[in-house]
Write a new protein. Structure first.
Length: 315
């Protein structure tokens, strides 16, 4: 498991893992399955519908390890705690699906590229997997990790420790008011030079937003992803806040993005305004051509007219 000081893996390491077949079940549509808040919210609801109260009969920590798959203990520790236990009521926390294992442990899955699949029996299990739970009714749950991600087993309330401790707020919680948002902007600007994208997806103080939703939030807010947060006007900050809430609520309602998948392999219903499919296409607002830049370890798509880097679009 990575230490507190360990940085996320570089893009070339992620590409190497992906090309090497580290997660065969995550290659649909040619993209990494990077779970963000709408996807884990949908997955938690599906776990509750399908598995709440179901007994665990066996556990395998994984038969295809690589260095960017993170665990919190040995195979024996996972077996000792999980086998004979039952699945509790799952919740979504940031980019993690939290599955309680009563009486005193939580299984935390996610924080990167994780694909969860529910199998009716063992006949459809992937040959290579990073985690496996077998249930008393004969069904199985597998987790495969593309790029990086974790399957941690922690005491109730404990969470993975690879991120530095700081204030973190869910952007769909009641706590995340506009006043709270402004406070977080001030706090983040005080600790580092911070862009709009970095505030949301680069060691963020708001949880559960990654590169997938950054694009649409920035587009709705009319902000360039590289814009310095200290340069924003009050009107721009307010528009950004509402764009975060609107985008995430819509995506949650639709079960996550159409490039990500649920427990039965079904895609979500949220179609991104801006992703790799939009590059070179006309902007839906002004007709200018959507551009792509590489920034902070991922691709950013934006309209150069609606989202100028130097600001100036405050309407």
């Amino acid at each position: 498991m990575p230490s507190v000081a360990q940085a996320p893996p570089p893009a070339n390491a992620v590409a190497a893992v992906y090309a090497g077949g580290g997660a065969c079940a995550t290659r649909q549509l040619g993209v990494l399955a990077m779970l963000e808040l709408p996807e884990v919210t949908s997955l938690a609801a599906q776990v509750n519908e399908e598995l709440a109260g179901v007994g665990i009969s066996f556990c395998e920590r994984g038969n295809s390890p690589h260095k960017w798959v993170w665990y919190s203990g040995s195979q024996e520790e996972y077996q000792q705690i999980l086998v004979g236990g039952t699945i509790g009521t799952a919740t979504a926390e940031g980019s993690l699906v939290i599955i309680p294992i009563p009486p005193d442990h939580d299984l935390a899955i996610g924080d990167g590229g994780c694909r969860l699949l529910l199998h009716e029996d063992e006949s459809t299990l992937p040959a290579r997997r990073h985690f496996l739970l077998g249930f008393e009714d004969g069904r199985c749950l597998t987790v495969n990790v593309a790029g990086w991600g974790g399957i941690w087993l922690k005491p109730n309330g404990g969470r993975p420790t690879h991120r530095p401790p700081m204030r973190r707020v869910s952007p769909i919680s009641d706590e995340f008011t506009y006043d709270c948002f402004k406070e977080l902007l001030v706090e983040d600007a005080a600790r580092r030079k911070c862009s709009v994208k970095a505030f949301m997806a680069g060691d963020p103080m708001v949880t559960g937003i990654g590169n997938g939703y950054v694009q649409d939030i920035c587009f709705r807010a009319r902000l360039h992803p590289r814009r310095d947060i200290t340069s924003l006007t009050g009107r721009e900050r307010l528009r950004w806040y509402h764009a975060i809430r609107k985008t995430l609520r819509e995506a949650i309602k639709r079960g996550g993005r159409d490039t990500e998948f649920g427990l039965h392999g079904q895609p979500g219903g949220y179609v991104a305004i801006l992703d790799k499919r939009a590059k070179g296409q006309p902007c839906p607002e002004c007709g200018d051509i959507i551009e792509k830049v590489s920034y902070l370890g991922g691709s950013c798509y934006f309209c150069p007219t609606c989202q100028p880097l130097e600001g100036g679009n405050s309407s």
